[in-house]
Write a protein that binds this ligand. Structure first.
Ligand code: GAR
Length: 199
């Protein structure tokens, strides 16, 4: 059984896709040991609670310094000794210590086809605003390992999504989630858990 910790900041639709996959066994041999949020109001925390999953909030606002926040974050991770950390819409810059300690054991979902529309400042709706402003006809999502850079780690899976002429950032975000994110993030976790990583 691969023990995973899922980190979230908001609505948690990707978390829901993971929970559903574990429950209906399209994600095999995985147990969600904790959901960790930096935002006390994240709806994702409620989703975890409804499925009997341990939910924990470490908010930077509760700590006097970034160092103390990072130490608390690391502690909340270490407490459950995860085999894999899944960043599912976690809008916090990951502390270097965490990256070093969990090297090759942290994955992230990003709502574009990396290397397009990624890096510092590209998160959430901003990614889709930038894609529409550039006039791309195809966008998508990427699951990748996390290294010290922003969205620079090795790519695991990508899926393309067509842009429509009348798309708004919101409509594009929704379609990228439905057609790409909710499919490739559960699939990547299943592949890692079952040693089916493609070369
Ligand atoms: C998702 O679209 C995810 O790809 C994005 O945040 C959203 C979270 O939605 N992540 C990033 O932009 C990371 N750079 P969710 O809370 O409904 O899963």
């Amino acid at each position: 059984m691969l023990k995973i910790l899922v980190c979230v900041s908001g609505g948690g639709t990707n978390l829901q896709a993971i929970i559903d996959g574990v429950e209906n066994q399209t994600i095999r041999n995985v147990q969600i040991v904790r959901v960790l949020s930096n935002n006390p109001n994240a709806y994702a925390l409620q989703r975890a609670g409804e499925h009997g999953i341990d939910a924990c909030c470490i908010s930077p606002k509760s700590y006097e310094s970034r160092e103390l926040f990072h130490a608390a974050l690391l502690h909340a991770v270490d407490e459950v000794s995860p085999d894999l950390i899944v960043l599912a819409g976690f809008l916090v810059v990951i502390p270097m210590e965490l990256i070093a300690k969990y090297r090759n054991r942290i994955i992230n979902i990003h709502p574009s086809l990396i290397p397009a529309f990624c890096g510092t400042g590209y998160y959430g709706l901003k990614v889709h605003e930038a894609a529409l402003a550039r006039g791309v006809k195809v966008t998508g999502a990427t699951v990748h390992y996390v290294d010290e850079g922003t969205d620079t780690g090795p790519i695991i899976l990508q899926k393309a999504v067509s842009v429509k002429a009348d798309d708004t950032p919101k409509s594009l975000q929704q379609r990228v989630m439905e057609e790409a994110e909710w499919i490739i993030l559960p699939k990547a976790i299943d592949m890692i858990a079952n040693d089916e990583m493609e070369a």
